[in-house]
Design a protein around this ligand. Sequence first.
Ligand code: FDA
Ligand code: NAD
Length: 426
Amino acid sequence: MGRAFVYVILGGGVAAGYAALEFTKRGVSHGELCIISEEPVAPYERPALSKGFLLPESPARLPSFHTCVGANEERLNPKWYKEHGIELVLGTRVKSADVRRKTLLTATGETISYKILIIATGARALKLEEFGVSGSEAENVCYLRDLADANSLVKVMQSCAGGNAVVIGGGYIGMECTASLVINKINVTMVFPEAHCMARLFTPKIASYYEDYYQSKGVKFIKGTVLSSFEFDSSGKVTAVNLRDGSRLPADMVLVGIGIRPNTSLFEGQLTLEKGGIKVNGKLQTSNNSVYAVGDVAAFPVKLFGETRRLEHVDSARKSAKHAVAAILEPEKTGEFDYLPFFYSRVFAFSWQSFGDNAGEVVHFGDSSGSTFGAYWISKGHLVGSFLEGGTKEEYEAIANATRLQPAVEDLAEVGRQGLNFALTV
Ligand code: FDA
Ligand code: NAD
């Protein structure tokens, strides 16, 4: 049993949806393109799962957040794929790949062959078991990577109104889900090993702004430790969380967000890997020239910093996918991917954006007791990164633009005094 396509996208997440749209904009014939996804639904905007999806009132539900609404493009529902002659092979896991033969074998036993493959397999959530703690299978222990996880989380949340949740991890999932849990009237204790939340990006000063607000909403922080075990009731539900520092937290539910691992396993030994992902060049092409990789799974050269990075954010998934399709369909017209790293989050009424790199020395600006404040990172005498909470569209564009231009900075204190004006006048 088998089918053959010119183009196959392996994975049906954010990058797949944006790649599909780009294929249709640049011209693809009916029957040429296929998307294979383990998930049972057409590509959707994954960021909605920790935000609108978890709201107690009028939560976001498919089809409202299929790609590509997140970038103000049209919404690609299953009907759209049909009308454009794009084959959606959903609910189907690819269990092996042979890049020499250009074939993929699905868990249902079908062989799908391609001329060009785009790997868009994203990443999986790290499990507590990988840190030596068992209990992930308990029905009130939640992770959040896909729609199935989000549906379970909603069910568990609804059964815990007024109860206690322990959130493990102080990164994006931890912060965004804690806000959603609070909005759902659940008492939250966050536990993470670092000295402050969002340690990969925030400075202590930025972190304290958000932590203070979370505390004002009743959230408790336990920092500098990790969990050591769970306690269970006779039905196997978790009833308490034991921490390595000896404390014990009663829990009606647990939410775990302790990072991800890119889904590279199908290609290990076949393609070159780097930084935990599949290494690609500036055209998003892997070490095999019929195979491209995009999104969370791709380690690509960030021209601005002269090094290879793997980014785990929706903007890079969208833009790398579009660039790969351009490079495939119009190779002569398509240059090297020149990407400015962009991160954002929304929690409660807060909204921040960050661009570039958080390396070197940091200068904070604005009034962190007010609603707009930010930071610049300066490395080797140049602006390399920026952060802004509560900005306007124009202000975000200004810090993005300034970060891309990397102007020289001699007097850090002066930049701090100028604050946003520094970016607005670059
Ligand atoms: P993505 O994970 O979207 O898709 C991968 C797809 O491949 C999945 O459908 C998976 O099932 C499929 N797949 C994998 N292996 C397969 C196999 N062997 N066979 C078949 N199918 C397979 N970023 C941001 O910038 N701002 C934000 O606010 C958020 N918010 C956010 C919330 C939540 C809950 C999550 C989990 C993530 C975010 N992100 C984010 C990150 C962002 O969603 C992420 O960077 C993109 O989804 C990456 O897109 P990809 O297409 O690379 O992977
Ligand atoms: P993360 O990398 O943002 O944070 C992981 C956190 O896990 C760390 O901050 C640390 O506090 C914690 N941690 C690590 N080891 C631990 C341990 N043994 N015990 C307890 N805590 C531990 O990852 P995440 O929050 O799980 O997010 C998963 C993915 O989803 C990431 O790729 C992230 O970029 C993406 N995401 C992004 C956004 C956004 O961009 N707004 C929102 C949600 C999710």
